[in-house]
Design a protein around this ligand. Sequence first.
Ligand SMILES: [Zn+2]
Length: 849
Amino acid sequence: MLGFMVALTLLGSADTQPPAAPGPGVSETLARERTAAIRDLKYELSFTIPADRQAAVRGRSIARFSLDKPQPVVFDFAQPAERLTQVRASGRVVAVTVRDGHIVIPAEMTKTGANEIEFEFLAGDDALNRNDEFLYTLFVPARARLTFPCFDQPDLKARYRLTLITPDGWQAVANGAEVARKTSSGTVETTFQETAPLPTYLFAFVAGKFSVETAQRNGRTLRFFHRETDAAKVARNREALFDLHAKALEWLEDYTDIKYPWGKFDFVLIPSFQFGGMEHAGAILYNAASLMLDESATQNQLLERASVIAHETAHMWFGDLVTMRWFNDVWMKEVFANFMAAKIVNPSFPDVNHELRFLLAHYPAAYQVDRTAGTNAIRQELGNLDEAGQMYGPIIYQKAPIVMRQLELIVGERRFRNGLREYLKRYAYGNATWLDLVRIIDDRTREDIAVWSRAWVEDRGRPEFTASVRMGERGRLESIAIIQHDPMKRGLVWPQRLRVTLGYDGSFKDLPVYVTGAEAVIKDAKGLPAPRFILLAGGGLGYGLFVLDEGSRDYLLQHIADIPDALTRGAAWVTLWDNLQASRVGASALFEAALRALPREDDEQNAQQVLAYVTRVFWRFLPPDERVARAPALEAALRSGLERGRTQSEKAAWFNAYRDVVLTPDGVAWLTRVWKREQTIPGLRLAEPDEIAMAMELAVREAPGWDEILRTQIERTQNPDRKARLAFVAPALSADPAVRERAFARFQFVENRRREPWVLDSLQYLNHPLREEHAQRFIKPALDLLREVQQTGDIFFPTRWMNSTLSGHRSPEAAKTVREFLASNPQFPQRLTWTILTSADELFRVAGL
Ligand SMILES: [Zn+2]
């Protein structure tokens, strides 16, 4: 409401005054103002694209809309002023300029009713992804303003009429179907049909040298564009790509009860695309490599390809037809796309344990943030689209899908689907917020979904659960009560369905229970024999810290491998790890339990997770002298796993764990022989990236001849990107502390931080546990740089910068440095303070500070 009032005040006074400066970016206030004022928006756009990628793309844009009264109108155009060559309002030239990425049309140049503002400009290349033979737009979240003047916000949907003038021989694709094509003197002019209402971030076009494949499926023409030159590869993938899309379309039309909303259906395979895919309405873009598979493709690659296709296709309804009003609800469209994708794809892959896959892909990563003081809510405040990058992280990618699965369980599959149908129909071609959906679902169920949403979606953190057992006669259970509380002391309750596993030697029993309040009693437990363990996270379903009682903890540490079901074992491991973080399981005990269980773990997904836990315990939780004492047993266990591994991917998991933890002189010598190609490992092919990783691990251990190893590895690396990366990281691996200090000092300058993965590798090795004492000096300057890192880097960089800096530390001094930094910077931006608190969480726990 506040934003709206401010908007009216600004508009009211602006008739006579010079228009108020809207400030940089796209603020929520500006967006609200425009949504209130602008109606019936249409763009007529044309772009002239030269073959030479250095020559500017020229553009012309006409925005047509209606106003209730004359008022200043703010367009977004994030380019230098000289790139705007002319502006006309209703045919009259307007003298305006570009400031802070905006063009303000003064009130006297606007009128009540229909308005027409015309721009001539040079498009910025920033969002055009120009290559020698093709270009493609990628405007999410608010990058259309880098290309043309527009209202760059998700809730000002517009109809687009587009014309592209491209070199002869190029293909052109856009959201609308092609309606006309004219060729003259070396250029082609393609006109596209006017689109249905779309937000700027979903408007897109692609032009360039592409091959086109066409097919019919269920009475619909599907096309895809690609640049693959291997004809056999195209032939091998072609039918599958059409079939997967056709199947997803059919499934979604059925589930939503709404026909595909965008007329024609095209998709484009882009080499080295930034994401897996992007859901531009009627013209999806994909990363070519994940769709065009080789003959050797694994089951996992096939599953991932089917998933990304189903995900992007689901967006045609979830995100495209109904769009979030503001980017703080971007999580909704992502969650729904994933949710639908799982329903569409999983039944076609019966050999995969999908529930275990869901558990391990979501819970550990979500907990790693949600257990800390720096966690955030799924729904966050977003004041300006400039900061939209801060919305993304494990809470929306990993926690939100868990939360949505809970919602469907609580509401029921059918009612949930009907609620979604109503939501899509009511807001079709428009926008909605999360709360709009909550109201619809709330009306369909006895549950109080608004209360549910407050704990799960609008607030941060997670519940803590304990079980209280009462015994009856003859060793039988009288009752089991489940108690939840809010560790952040706000009194929140997280209603959820749990499956409680009662474990016996070699068997188990699952009891469903719906916890709606602070306490719930499992009625079906009465009269059952006393279990050896109680696992509240049974079936990998519940979300929270599930505190293990002593008996269950001790039993699981000794006998986890005896549990006959892979999903229950996975859930038990995740729970044990969480209890380690809560200081309820000792590090040495967990380490020993893992070494006992690993030889018997025949599920590859579980084995990989346990290997990751062992590695973390080894470096972070064990003090250096205990590490040395336990290294021989760990190395022996990993080597025997390596021999036992049945497939290349199993063997690779064991080998990578060995490479990362090896510490004994004999072990290091063996790894050196593997690196020197004197020693081969049957059944395991090692490629260039593996050899580079070995060389780096040998160097940080100062293995005999480490500097020669690094030099040789740089020389023998064939791939030019990898070669340059290793040369960049090498100083961070040096045994000479002065060289390492200079390696760190480089990062003071933004130009040395451009290659973010290279910087992160360097930070990781500078702060390696074996170099911990010396690396103490890097923590404070890394914290001092964090703000600048956020301002100049990509969206995931600040978190990764902190993680790479702190993950090798366990000392009280390191923890104190972080605490002191936070105490002496009380004005530090909250989001970044949370980033630090989350990154430092494990350090604080281990150091006991
Ligand atoms: Zn998506």
